[in-house]
Design a protein around this ligand. Structure first.
Ligand code: ADP
Length: 477
């Protein structure tokens, strides 16, 4: 078992047991990995107090000193890539190659923000009076709460912790109860990297109780949340009373438009990468494929052929490209979406039935003749199902793509340059992949519009979420 396996809470640089525990299981076979301490309101309060106590000295470190530690944290992740990937796969189920990729992606945020925080420049503004000077400085917002999901148990944490800590904030993290072990492994490495006690705290267990304390606290100045739109709205409402700064990275319902002039082979490659990564369980996974009539049969046939080749199974027992879904509720949602689509006239070109492995495995599926009346058009499926809709005109495709309350990512394939700009500008979406199915990188701003969220993570813009501007007027000159 991994040397990074911990089962306590990590508060003020110390490991704590708690009276109650809960089991963390491998979703591929239900195997018990470990019983983990179940924290609640009391632990959340303690962690906030620790983060508040650590804040004054952490913010006084120079940006370079903080950066050295944050960067070291990322280097340690890479040094222990295999052990972290194995632990991640064990608790989450994704293929080992994807878990190794996630370790690299997670570490990239630590490297990026270790550098970026050194360039958190202020400003000098020409004063309207000859007797004063105006300066703008950037200051860390203070104690930050982070609540993260299970689909990227490492990267969704470092994407928040890296800019927060590099900017001089301290943090209380509540990871998903499905995947607390990767978060606790990160705490082990944070300590080894020289991040002082209280700067990074991890509390998991009773999500509602911990969430209420974090959102209700006067000391916590900001909440950064990644997860469902439903919970995001709930937490935003809970934060209203103390008017916290908010970053919300919520659900999507990504369209993927394939025009008649697309390179079919490239579009299928992009489609598989975007739809089936993490078994369809990412917020930027395609949910709706809009394919133009002239290319519809060629594209859907090629997609189904590619999808049938994806190997499904327990990632720790052999080479696979598709792991299990995270839990029974996830499986039921996928089954309900497919059943609804088939009942309303869709046809399964691949998959669409129970998987022989049972459990929460589901076969990679391609549905054709999907229509806007189907559930799959309205809601994020969060599973390995590619629903293909047919369209005739560009205007029709754009209208259908935008016909959703969400706006996280969108993709399209075409070889027409003018259309590239037209469609990219018309899509109501925070991110657009143009002839590209994989868009996540630490150097670009990740985030959504409409009900997909607030704020951006990663890139030079990501630091802004963790700093306040303070304006100083010096008079009497
Ligand atoms: P998902 O469907 O991806 O699990 P959720 O929004 O349910 O999305 O979960 C994302 C994160 O939000 C997890 O860490 C989960 O524990 C947390 N969460 C869910 N409900 C609440 C709540 N009422 N208060 C605080 N955190 C919550």
């Amino acid at each position: 078992m991994s040397t990074f396996l911990r089962n306590g809470q990590y508060i003020n640089g110390a490991w704590r047991a708690s009276k109650e525990t809960y089991p963390v299981r491998n979703p591929a076979n239900g195997e018990l990995i470990v019983d983990v301490a179940k924290g609640g309101a009391a632990e959340a309060e303690e962690a906030i107090a620790a983060a508040a106590a650590a804040f004054p000295s952490w913010r006084k470190f120079t940006a370079k000193e903080r950066g050295i530690r944050v960067r070291r944290w990322g280097e340690l992740m890479l040094e222990h890539r295999d052990a972290l990937a194995e632990l991640l796969t064990r608790e989450q189920g994704k293929p080992l190659a994807e878990a190794r990729g996630e370790v690299g992606y997670a570490a990239s945020f630590l490297e990026w923000f270790a550098e970026e925080a050194k360039r958190s420049y202020g400003d000098v503004i020409p004063s309207p009076s000859p007797h004063s000077k105006i300066f703008v400085v950037r200051e860390p917002v203070g104690v930050v709460a982070a609540i993260t999901p299970w689909n990227f148990p490492l990267a969704m944490i470092t994407r928040k912790a890296a800019p927060a800590l590099a900017a001089g904030c301290t943090m209380v993290l509540k990871p998903s109860e499905e995947t607390p072990l990767s978060a606790l492994a990160l705490a082990v490495l944070a300590e080894e990297a020289g991040i002082p006690a209280g700067v990074f705290n991890v509390v998991s267990g009773d999500a509602q109780a911990i969430g209420s304390v974090l959102t209700g606290s006067d000391i916590v100045r900001k909440l950064s949340f990644t997860g469902s739109t439903r919970v995001g709205k709930l937490l935003a409402a809970q934060c209203a009373d103390t008017l916290k700064k908010l970053s919300l990275e919520l659900g999507g319902n990504a369209p993927f438009i394939v025009f008649d002039d697309a390179d079919v082979e490239a579009a299928v490659r992009g489609a598989v990468a975007s739809k089936f990564r993490n078994t369809g369980q990412t917020c930027v996974c395609v949910n709706r494929f809009y394919v133009q009539s002239g290319i519809y049969d060629a594209f859907t046939k090629a997609l189904a052929d590619a999808v049938r080749k994806l190997r499904v199974g327990n990632a720790l027992a052999g080479e696979v490209e598709q792991g299990p879904l995270i839990n029974q509720a996830a499986l039921h949602k996928v089954q309900a979406h497919v059943a609804d689509a088939l009942a309303k006239g869709a046809i399964a070109l691949a998959g669409g039935e129970h998987h022989v492995l049972g459990g929460t495995f589901y076969p990679p599926t391609v549905l054709v003749e999907a229509t806007q009346q189907m559930l799959i058009a309205q809601e994020e499926t969060f599973g390995p199902v590619a629903a293909c809709f047919r369209f005739d005109t560009e205007a029709e495709a754009i209208a259908a793509a935008n016909d959703t309350p969400f706006g996280l990512s969108a993709y399209f394939y075409t070889r027409d340059m003018a259309r590239c700009w037209r469609v990219a500008e018309a899509l109501e979406s925070g991110m657009v992949g143009i002839n590209e199915g994989v868009i996540s990188t630490e150097v670009a701003p990740f985030g959504g519009v409409k009900q997909s969220g607030l704020g951006r993570e990663g890139s030079k813009y990501g630091l802004d979420e963790y700093v306040e501007l303070k304006y100083l007027m010096m008079g009497g000159l």
